[in-house]
Write a protein that binds this ligand. Structure first.
Ligand SMILES: COc1cc(-c2[o+]c3cc(O)cc([O-])c3cc2O[C@@H]2O[C@H](CO)[C@H](O)[C@H](O)[C@H]2O)ccc1O
Ligand SMILES: O=c1ccn([C@@H]2O[C@H](COP(=O)(O)OP(=O)(O)O)[C@@H](O)[C@H]2O)c(=O)[nH]1
Length: 449
């Protein structure tokens, strides 16, 4: 599937967490299918350095990284607040990207013919209209979570005054009868509704109907009710994932020897642990998690990103040196496809859930914030492919019970069957005549004009 049209696509990336990586993966797919298109990938220098080093894209030279201002004033002293860099970046938009687009046009000598942005960037609708080009938005999370932001006004008016009645369910929204108000991200009906991130999400829900297309890292068959409802509210909804299945298998680095270590273990015998690119559980939770693994004698591969905290586990690691392995980074896609992995202990970030489904691995979820609680509810109550830790935090007993449930109980067997069905549907979606493949062809036509 190739198109020959020429054009210049300006790509606007959200530089925190795992947003820019899936966007670059999608750009790589589009570039391979439309080699005459030029892509200007606008992102902060720090995030560009990270994603372009990790994601191998076809060297056709048509994808160029452009660094935009990160919003941090010269000489700024950080307070240590975890959201500070995010909010500085949000405050500097959209000027950062408007300037970036001007520079990309000047450098390439080509007018922009399409704007492709992270769906967070609600102002892209105005930018695209001013340039007279299509706006394609990419939502990097679950269909359910974008639907929540499309229905924010209805949720707020229906739960008015009851936003703190967190057990209220969203039965008034198609496909959300099992979702509780407490599962929603801060800023929808609880938390600081005026916070910069909350305002951005609210604006996003209002502006998305102006997008020519909403692309998603998901597949139609995962939630027909919600996806059909989104299609009734938006011009075009194109599920073109799971990205890790839709893109050609990539070579990967395994500097810590994860795969050879997994090769020494029996099928479905061990736990893989990882909490994404932003989060590390508290010291108390880390100890509780470690004690549960040791008590249950469950072999484990643990991707532990925060080197400043890993020494908390020193004594545990000495005692369990033959049981488990801790690494600073793992080839997660390949780990989750390995037969030895019987459960994924995760924070329920969307990319991780999508990859666990693609690998057919049941989950034990410990959501922290943002869309993670909602994703955890989908895993436990909608798709029944995993459980959330009791009480929402890791305790030794609660984690032991969750491990028993997945590895030994009838419920664990059911989870494996259910995730096997979803895995099959995901693979069918990216097959030659699958729904995601068809949607990608439509996306290619929109992007290439
Ligand atoms: C993807 O669906 C989401 C995501 C979020 C969200 O995402 C997010 C991603 C990052 O890489 C860094 C973040 O800080 C971040 C934050 C975030 O939500 C906001 O989190 C704040 C605390 O960090 C605060 O709770 C704020 O009220 C949240 O909106 C949110 C909603 C989604 O559907
Ligand atoms: O050791 C690691 C840790 C994370 N990841 C990747 O980092 C992403 C994490 O994304 P997710 O949405 O789960 O969490 P976030 O980083 O947004 O919190 C996923 O694609 C993982 O495959 C990885 O490849 N190796």
């Amino acid at each position: 599937m190739q198109v020959t049209k020429q054009g210049h696509v300006a790509v606007l990336a959200f530089p925190f967490g795992t947003h820019a990586a899936p966007l670059l993966t999608l750009v790589g797919r589009l570039s391979a299918a439309a080699p005459n298109l030029k892509f200007s990938f606008l992102n902060t220098a720090k995030s560009n350095e990270k994603v372009f080093s990790k994601i191998k894209i076809a060297e056709n030279g048509n994808i160029k990284a452009h660094n935009v201002y990160d919003g941090v004033p010269e000489g700024h002293v950080f307070s240590g607040h975890p959201l500070e860099s995010v909010e500085l970046f949000l405050k500097a938009m959209p000027e950062t990207f408007k300037n970036g687009v001007k520079e990309a046009v000047k450098e390439s000598g080509m007018k922009v013919t399409c704007l492709l942005s992270d769906a967070f960037f609600w102002f892209s609708g105005d930018m695209a209209a001013e340039m007279g080009v299509p706006w394609v938005a990419l939502w990097t999370a679950a269909p359910c979570s974008i639907s929540v932001h499309m229905y924010t006004d209805l949720i707020r008016s229906t739960l008015k005054g009851n936003g703190e009645n967190v057990d209220q369910t969203l039965k008034f929204i198609p496909g959300m009868s099992a979702i509780h108000a407490k599962d929603l991200p801060d800023g929808v009906c609880h938390g600081n509704l005026e916070a910069p991130f909350s305002c951005m999400l609210d604006n996003m829900g209002r502006m998305l109907p102006r997008a020519t297309a909403l692309a998603m890292n998901s597949f139609e068959e995962i939630d027909h009710t919600i996806i059909d409802d989104l299609k009734s509210k938006l011009k075009m909804v194109l599920n073109v994932g799971p990205f890790n299945l839709a893109s050609p298998p990539q070579s990967f680095s395994d500097e810590s020897g994860c795969i050879p270590w997994l090769d020494k273990h029996r099928a479905s015998s061990l736990a893989y642990l990882c909490f994404g690119s932003i989060l590390t559980p508290s010291p108390n939770e880390l100890m509780a998690l470690a004690e549960a693994l040791e008590a249950q004698k469950v072999p484990f591969l643990w991707s532990f990103r925060d080197s400043s905290k890993v020494q908390l586990l020193d004594k545990f690691l000495e005692r369990t040196s033959t049981l488990g392995k801790i690494v600073p980074w793992s080839p997660q896609l390949q780990v989750l496809e390995h037969a030895s992995v019987g459960v994924f202990i995760t924070h329920a970030g969307w990319n991780s859930i999508s990859e666990s489904i693609a690998g057919g691995v049941p989950m034990i979820c410990r959501p922290f914030f943002a869309d993670q609680p909602l994703n955890g509810r989908l895993v436990e109550d909608i798709w029944k492919i995993g459980v959330n830790v009791e009480g929402g935090v890791f305790t030794k007993c609660g984690t032991m019970r969750a491990l028993d449930l997945v590895f030994k109980a009838e419920q664990g067997k059911m989870m494996r069957e259910n995730i096997g069905i979803l895995k099959k549907k995901a693979r069918e979606a990216v097959a030659t005549d699958g729904s995601s493949t068809k949607n990608f062809k439509t996306l290619l036509e929109v992007v290439s004009g």
